[in-house]
Write a protein that binds this ligand. Structure first.
Ligand code: BGC
Length: 737
């Protein structure tokens, strides 16, 4: 076909589809025929493209888009952050706001909150509503979700991830991706991998043993690739084995593409591409966010200066690289374009709909974790209080702001104070109590002591008149307070919150603490307060989700997706000095190996403040004795474990039943038990349900660094049916033959 005839036929197809007819369907080139097999369409498109056109597919053309092939009617890719809502428009070439007036969105709860629901149905709901907002805004790819493992509570981006356990993160992320991609919107799973801290995030090198790589840091990514068939993966900034992960050959070509069979596109993190050779050969397909690339000194950067731009094209023409290397990358980009931007089944989407707000509220309320409830201070009995004092900056502050690239411009946010006022009217009074400073990125110590002192005194004076105090504080997405590009510096809450909570409690009034944040923190006041809720970041409907739980309209059912330690010194990396966290000379050593989170706390009997998997309800549950249908497991077989769970309280509630497995006398060191499955079950008062879990041989495996593969050894094991990593309600023994 000549160029003119291709152009004509492409135009004919467009015209034909506009007219809704099929008169010229036989002329339609294969690549434009959505009913043709995907790989044939890609072959056809590649055949028609010049080298230059293929190269144009491989790098950015603006901050958040990459080019299509206009001559062939192949559309560009529109990407956006992610991961909790669709980010407001930025200017074409820089990070400044484009100042649109029609780009506000619903902020959904943070991914840590989603993980805390322990409810895969919430994952599916999340992916569905989020992708509808992306589609409506004309986006093809969500830059998210993130499944980096929670290794240390100082990591500024933990709130964007799904906790400390790969089984939980994997189970929650799969339905999110499936639901989003069903709508024709790609997920770009990030940050692959070992992005577990923000200190030295650009060029820190992670040293970690092979077993921890496979048992802890890869599995959630692997599940997203192999079960949810995620369409895009973002390489992280940090290095692994001395090479940046955005173009790390053994990671991307070896593990992701060869071993796991990933057929999607590898996108670099923004400005994470550093080297021409590695960009060409290290498994990167689409280079985004580069700011200097190969631009000669003194010359302004244009996107053709990307490493995968003109210089790459020249190198291919000169025979340095074969054109097949370009085709391999272009094929993956085209696959993504056909799956999204040119997918006729892609949803039109919707924005800020009632359904989206309702989903936001439901997911938020499901993720809130009730940590303490003395003398049943909660749920609040409306008639009981004459004056409710709300204290704390987070009661009025929009927590959808700040935090870095996940910041959102929302159409509206309902703050906790507003929602409490809607609920309890004039009985609610407010005192700010502390200040975190004026600007989002203020440092912790930037707040004048005199201001802090006067706010605190006003709150304590107001407390004298109150008969209930609700403290709404925590972290807040400022720099060093759950924010990209900076880690926290202290395990304690900042701005004098600890002292303030303790002083409020000393007034003798019951204090309920409702803290926000994506990380664990110390609670030196825990014995003095009556109730504690941990609320993550709840998005646009934060206030409503919180009051739903405070009032008992929703019975809390969130469970911690990470361990809350008593002291930061108790966390595994802290056992090994600065080289384990935050690293020395940009080298971090994950000395704790596989003993991350509860694997450490449970195995070494370090008592947590609140363990992984923990959360209370307004009702109580009784577990029956777990039963097995057989006690010997052989290759290819499975054991069925059943357990009865009864709601023994007076209101409907949901329990998260957790299945952990441990080997009795392992030949290699193993955690005492590890999460292998879980089930969230709703029960009416008095109702009993029988839950069934299947134990399969692969659940008993560990990764052998000698054999370089997963393996297991025959022996005896226990299955632990538990209400948290520490709260074992029943154990049964079985043998692996
Ligand atoms: C972040 C990514 C984000 C990208 C685009 C990077 O700095 O690490 O998570 O998707 O910017 O905003």
């Amino acid at each position: 076909m000549t160029m003119t005839s291709i152009r004509k036929s492409a135009a004919a197809v467009v015209l034909c589809s506009l007219l809704g007819g099929s008169a010229v369907a036989q002329d339609r080139p294969v690549y434009l025929d959505a009913s043709a097999p995907l790989e044939r369409r890609i072959d056809d498109a590649l055949r028609r493209m010049t080298l230059h056109e293929k190269i144009q597919l491989l790098h950015a053309q603006s901050k958040f888009t990459s080019a299509g092939v206009p001559r062939l009617g192949i559309r560009q890719l529109n990407m956006d952050d992610g991961p909790h809502g669709v980010r407001a428009e930025l200017k074409w070439n820089d990070w400044d706001s484009a100042a649109w007036t029609n780009d506000s969105c619903v902020a959904f709860p943070s991914l840590t909150c989603l993980a805390a629901t322990w409810n895969p149905a919430m994952g599916a709901l999340y992916g569905h509503v989020l992708s509808e907002e992306f589609a409506y805004r004309g986006k093809d790819m969500i830059l998210g979700p993130g499944v980096n493992i929670y290794r240390h509570p100082f990591n500024g981006r933990n709130f964007e991830y799904m906790g400390e356990d790969p089984c939980l993160a994997g189970r929650m992320v799969v339905p999110y991706i499936e639901a989003a991609q069903r709508n024709g919107v790609a997920c770009c799973l990030k940050h692959f991998f070992l992005n577990n801290q923000e200190t030295d995030r650009w060029d820190g090198n992670v040293n970690v043993d092979e077993r921890a790589v496979h048992e802890i840091y890869l599995p959630a990514f692997k599940q997203a690739v192999q079960q949810a068939h995620v369409w895009a993966v973002m390489g992280s900034y940090n290095k692994w084995n001395g090479v940046h992960c955005s173009h790390n050959d053994s990671l991307l070509n070896g593990i992701l593409k060869r071993d796991w069979g990933f057929d999607g596109v590898v996108v670099s993190d923004w400005d994470a591409t550093h080297d021409a050779r590695q960009a060409a050969t290290g498994g990167l397909d689409l280079e985004m966010g580069t700011t200097r690339g190969t631009a000669p000194k003194g010359e302004p950067f244009t996107y053709n200066h990307s490493f995968l731009g003109d210089a790459f094209e020249r190198a291919v023409r000169e025979g340095v690289w074969p054109e097949s290397l370009v085709d391999e990358k272009a094929r993956r980009v085209l696959r993504t374009i056909f799956r999204t931007a040119m997918n006729p089944a892609k949803t039109i989407g919707s924005m800020c709909s009632e359904e989206h707000y309702a989903a936001c509220r439901t997911m938020g309320a499901q993720g809130i974790v009730l940590l303490k409830n003395d003398r049943q201070v909660l749920p609040l009995q409306a008639g009981r209080y004459r004056r409710i004092l709300v204290v704390g900056e987070n009661a009025t502050r929009s927590l959808t702001q700040g935090g870095g690239s996940s910041e959102l411009k929302t159409k509206y946010d309902v703050s906790p104070l507003e929602a409490l006022q809607q609920e309890f009217g004039e009985r609610v009074v407010y005192a700010q109590g502390y200040s975190s400073g004026r600007a989002l990125y203020d440092r912790v110590d930037a707040v004048p002591a005199a201001l802090q002192d006067s706010l605190r005194r006003a709150a304590l004076a107001a407390a004298q008149q109150a008969d209930l105090i609700i403290f709404v504080g925590g972290l807040n997405k400022n720099r060093q307070q759950d924010c990209e590009d900076s880690d926290r510096e202290s395990y304690h809450l900042s701005f004098g919150q600890d002292e303030l909570i303790a002083a409020l409690a000393r007034t003798g009034r019951p204090v309920v603490v409702a803290n926000f944040g994506g990380n664990a923190y110390a609670m030196p006041w825990i014995e003095q307060v009556a109730g504690v809720l941990h609320c993550w970041y709840l998005g646009s409907e934060a206030g409503h989700a919180l009051t739903d739980v405070l009032t008992g309209r929703v019975n809390p059912s969130g469970r911690l997706p990470m361990t809350f330690a008593k002291r930061v010194e108790d966390y595994p990396p802290m056992q090994y000095g600065r080289e384990a966290y935050p690293g020395v000379d940009k080298q971090v050593y994950y000395r704790e190996g596989i003993f991350v989170g509860y694997r450490h706390f449970v195995s070494r009997k370090v008592k947590a403040l609140f363990p992984f998997g923990y959360g209370l309800s307004y009702t109580t549950f009784r577990y029956g004795r777990p039963r097995l249908d057989r006690t010997q497991l052989t290759a290819g077989g499975s054991i069925r474990l059943t357990v009865d769970v009864t709601n023994t309280g007076a209101r409907r509630g949901e329990e998260v039943v957790q299945l952990y497995i441990g080997e009795d006398k392992p030949v290699v060191e193993r955690p005492a038990r590890e999460l292998k499955d879980f089930s969230k079950v709703g029960l009416d008062p008095g109702e009993t349900r029988t839950l069934t879990f299947e134990i399969r041989p692969e659940m008993l495996q560990y990764y052998s660094s000698d054999l370089h593969r997963w393996t297991s050894t025959p022996g005896s094991f226990h299955a632990y049916v538990s209400a948290s990593s520490e709260d074992v309600r029943g154990a049964v023994a079985f043998e692996l033959k």
